[in-house]
Design a protein around this ligand. Structure first.
Ligand code: NAD
Length: 326
């Protein structure tokens, strides 16, 4: 059986390599033709996963048809903003597949999460969400990693667990699909906030601990409004992922916060990063949803104000201490 991977970016390449190293053949679709060529010829993806030699059983294609025609299990690792335009032409070919969603975002037009978008586009397929602390640059170097899988079917969960697990990569199961997904989605916005503090060179552990605790409280508050179980946020897909993404030097979201603290504008940051990280879109949508649900999220609102120049980055800290803690 060949496992399909849509998107050989940082996460997609790392998962492709993991799955191939576990003894599976992998076919990855990639948007960027140069990467397709590099993966097939040099077995490297220097742009998205530098320093890692890809397993010879990772092959790449620029033709998404090939994935839908050959692969019964398909991992999706493109940012959520590309889900609809990339996958919509394949709704018929994508029947009876087992999809594994690695992306963590919300579509700004439909307000559907990436997992819900997969369910909507491929209603006759099975779907599994993978979330939890899973920084690609770490597990691609065999660093110990435990993630959470949540989905509809027991068999599908077991099958995906078998594809992924080895000595350093383990999975746990959860029945709270929306909670697992929202933990992964919402934490990205708060990682931007921690990046602001890092960009201001604030080294205080007291402060980080307070910030992350308050962030988790807000995540759980809106998550419960949206149907998640509160306990889910106290575990790997909530607290675990929030800590990993906020503290990791590899996090795109945290890096965006550092740029904000250094005074870069949104358009300058977009130019530097190529695509704005998922947390930016998520923040906008979360604040919209929170307002509709009469749910106050002062910390998220503060990050949004820094992004739009309504609150100076260096005032964010004093404001956090005074005003964001309800
Ligand atoms: N990087 C991580 O450690 C990590 C961990 C867990 C989850 N994720 C999630 O995985 C998803 C992908 O993140 P990433 O870090 O791999 O991103 P990335 O920036 O490394 O890769 C982006 C991918 O999107 C593709 N792409 C770019 N433009 C496109 C277009 N117009 N249409 C279709 N595809 C296009 C790129 O070719 C590439 O495959 C995100 O939702 C992220 O939250 C990432």
């Amino acid at each position: 059986m060949t496992i399909g991977l849509i998107g050989l970016g940082n996460m997609g390449s790392a998962v492709a390599n993991l799955v191939a190293s576990n003894g599976n053949k992998v076919l990855g679709w990639e948007y960027n033709a140069d990467i397709v060529k590099a993966v097939n010829t040099t077995h490297e993806n220097a742009r998205y996963l530098p320093g890692i030699s890809l397993h010879p059983d990772v092959n790449a294609t620029g033709d998404l048809n090939e994935i839908f025609e050959t692969c019964p299990v398909i991992f999706v690792a493109i940012p959520s903003v590309f889900f609809h335009p990339t996958l919509e032409p394949f709704t018929k070919k994508g029947r009876n597949k087992l999809f594994v969603d690695l992306a963590k975002g919300i579509d700004r037009k439909t307000l559907l999460t990436s997992f819900q978008t997969l369910q909507m586009l491929f209603p006759e397929s099975r779907h599994i969400m993978l979330s939890g602390p899973s920084i690609a640059n770490e597990f691609s170097r065999a660093m110990p990693t435990v993630v959470v899988l949540a989905g509809e079917t027991g068999n599908g969960l077991l099958q995906v667990a078998q594809i992924l697990e080895n000595d350093y990569f383990r999975v746990r199961f959860s029945q709270d699909v929306i909670g697992v997904e929202l933990g992964g989605i919402l934490k990205n916005s708060y990682a931007i906030g921690l990046g602001i503090f890092d960009g201001l060179s604030i080294k205080s552990i007291n402060f980080r601990a307070s910030y992350l605790t308050i962030a988790l409280e807000e995540i759980a508050k809106i998550g419960v409004e949206l149907g998640a179980k509160k306990e889910t946020f106290l575990y790997l897909a909530g607290m675990g992922d929030l800590l990993a993404t906020s503290l990791s030097e590899h996090s795109h979201n945290r890096r965006m916060g550092e740029f904000l603290a250094k005074g870069y504008s949104l358009s300058e940051i977009e130019k530097k990063m190529g695509v704005l990280p998922e947390g930016f879109n998520t923040l906008k949508i979360t604040l919209y949803i929170a307002e509709k649900n009469h749910c106050s999220m002062p910390l998220a609102k503060g990050i949004w104000d820094v992004i739009h120049g309504r609150l100076e980055a260096n005032k964010f800290v004093s404001t956090f201490i005074k005003d964001f803690i309800e």
